[in-house]
Design a protein around this ligand. Structure first.
Ligand code: ASP
Length: 602
């Protein structure tokens, strides 16, 4: 028989009581995290969201309570009334905030029982967890784990901090609709059929991009929103089909003004974990980031920069390198300090890793104590190998890893290898936080398959003033179309520790340039009108210069919580294959719902 709570109220949480409370009569409620039965004495670890308190039920103190305690099992919900005692000498638990005290119980109420859990919550840290799929199916149980409790609350704190910061700067929080029209962020839309307008569809926002720009046209001046975004992409490990971002737009703003908001916002959020970032973050152009780190989101917690060996190999008769150079490619290297003892097997593994990013092969040089060895020794000779090692900044004891190929492939593979090696060799200072603003992103990306230029950010991003002339020429003169690849945009990303945590741009606010941009993207005036007519109209009624950014809430919380798993910072995430295992969705719908919508599943 279960007890009733009646009017009983908690006096304290399970994380609260200390030595100074000894002697107090208290009421605690929570879940049974653990029970140990020693005959006359029963110990219970009682858990709520604040922590764990040790409960002692003794035959001597109360016979009824002691009998009841025998029934209690893991995850039963109980209320206990008792007195705070200092723990006996030698039994204090330093690992527990409440480890100096225990409650000697007078009364115990069993408020609910619980079936045996399908998995153990948290044994020794997060290493020993049950499979993630099982935990997602029983998400309400997984969420009971202290780690997730902490993360979910940290997320709430971060969002509150963001709101306080943005409000303080005079930004207005404005909600925009979820039932919307297609927004161009480069992903597939989730679409929602309209019942009232049969055969027509809404799209869920990939972001509130167009609406926040319209807020600027509407004179709202400073907008923000904690906005839910939906993108139907093939998921990568750290993506979710729906996610949340701090979405910001401001009028009469230049890049530096936007940067001050980004810096201030992240700096105040990072203070939640006691991290003080520099008031002004370092800035780096996209071109420099790609050249030095092979990445537009470099992790600056360690060095190991990419070294260019192309000039040293000019005129080489080693065919694989010669053909790369002739085709305009490059040969670059990273130097791994103290790893002249890389084994054949390790080098093979690194080569396999680099190949996943498109590299053809991984060449190496090892400067050992006695001799220098290299996969290139036979073809390039001792002297050249020495020169290359030198150019790569390698010294005795170091290893040089070399990749040749097309520029994007070398950047992607060597950039990824740089991080992989840093992880393997433990070169990353886990206590460091290194922010960076990456600027001057390319305006367009060439889609290799179709040969078309696509918006690298989104089609409302402004080209850099310096590149405006080139932009015009590239569009007006068919033969100069390739110049689009060189046009830089007023687009930027905020990066912390190698994670892109925000991105944005100064927008096009003049309709001529917007029209040019649509042309560059291959949109006919008719298609542009059909898709964004309302927006083009709005642009004609006095649009102020404006710009903004969006910061990923999940990404930010991952940094705050020190996790690389996006699902650790969301209450109800989907799996990597976009399913909700708890609710079992997506699922079927009633045939009559489909009839109403005029939809047939084929
Ligand atoms: N709408 C962009 C995004 O969601 C951010 C921005 O340009 O403000 O990535």
């Amino acid at each position: 028989m279960l007890d009733r709570l009646g009017n009983l109220e908690r006096t304290h949480t399970c994380g609260e009581l200390r030595e100074s409370n000894v002697g107090e009569k208290v009421v605690l409620m929570g879940w049974v995290a653990k029970k140990r039965d020693f005959g006359v004495l029963t110990f219970i670890d009682l858990r709520d969201r604040e922590g764990i308190t040790q409960i002692v039920i003794s035959e001597e103190t109360d016979l009824v309570a002691h009998e009841k305690a025998k029934i209690v099992r893991g995850e039963y919900v109980v209320a206990v009334t008792g007195e705070v005692f200092s723990r006996a000498e030698g039994t204090h638990n330093k690992k527990l905030a409440t480890g100096d005290i225990e409650i000697h119980v007078h009364e115990i109420l069993i408020l609910n029982d619980a079936k045996t859990l399908p998995f153990e919550l948290e044994k020794a840290g997060s290493q020993n967890l049950a499979s993630e799929d099982l935990r997602l199916k029983y998400r309400y149980l997984d969420l009971r784990r202290p780690t997730l409790q902490h993360n979910i609350r940290m997320r709430a704190k971060a969002v509150r901090e963001i709101r306080t910061f943005m409000d303080g700067l005079g930004f207005t929080e404005i909600e925009t609709p979820i039932l919307l029209k297609s927004t161009p962020e480069g992903a597939r839309d989730f679409i929602v059929p309209s019942r009232i307008h049969s055969g027509k569809f809404f799209a869920l926002p990939q972001s509130p991009q167009i609406l926040k720009q319209i807020c600027m046209i509407a004179g709202l001046d400073k907008y923000y929103q904690i906005a839910r975004c939906f993108r139907d992409e093939d998921l990568r490990a750290d993506r979710q089909p729906e996610f949340t971002q701090l979405d910001v737009e401001m009028s009469f703003a230049n890049q530096e003004m936007v940067f001050r908001v980004i810096e201030g916002m992240f700096n105040s959020v990072l203070r939640l974990i006691g991290v003080e970032l520099p008031a002004q973050w370092p800035r780096m152009t996209y071109a420099e980031a790609m050249r030095r780190y092979g990445s537009d989101k470099p992790d600056l917690r360690f060095e190991m920069e990419l070294q260019d060996l192309t000039a040293n190999l000019a005129g080489t008769d080693f065919a694989p390198f010669a053909s790369v150079i002739e085709a305009g490619g490059e040969i670059k290297a990273i130097t791994v300090k103290g790893k002249a003892d890389y084994s054949r097997k390790q080098l093979d593994e690194l080569q396999e890793f680099a190949k996943r990013y498109g590299a053809g092969a991984l060449a190496w040089i090892k400067i050992g104590e006695a001799e220098t060895t290299s996969s290139l020794l036979k073809v390039l000779g001792e002297e050249k190998i020495g020169e290359l090692a030198n150019a790569a900044g390698a010294e005795k004891g170091d290893a040089v890893l070399i990749i040749a190929g097309r520029k994007p492939v070398v950047a992607a593979s060597l950039g990824a290898l740089r991080i992989e090696v840093a992880k393997r060799e433990n070169l990353i200072d886990r206590t460091a936080y290194k922010p960076l603003l990456v600027t001057e992103f390319p305006m367009f990306e060439l889609d290799e398959e179709s040969g078309h230029y696509m918006a690298a950010h989104h089609p409302f991003t402004s080209p850099m003033d310096e590149d405006l002339e080139m932009f015009r020429i590239a569009i007006e003169d068919e033969s100069q179309h390739h110049l689009l690849g060189n046009v830089r945009a007023k687009a930027y990303d905020a990066v912390i520790n190698g994670y892109e945590c925000a991105g944005g741009s100064i927008r096009i606010h003049q309709k001529e340039i917007q029209a040019l941009n649509f042309k560059a993207l291959g949109l006919t005036p008719e298609t542009a009108r059909e898709r964004f007519g309302f927006f083009l109209d709005a642009l004609e009624f006095g649009t102020p210069p404006h710009g903004g950014f969006a910061a990923g809430i999940e990404r930010t919380c991952m940094i705050l919580c020190g996790t690389e798993n996006i699902r650790d910072v969301m209450a109800f995430p989907k799996t990597a294959s976009a399913q909700d295992l708890m609710m079992d969705s997506p699922g079927n719908v009633d045939p009559h719902q489909l009839d109403e919508l005029g939809i047939k599943v084929v």
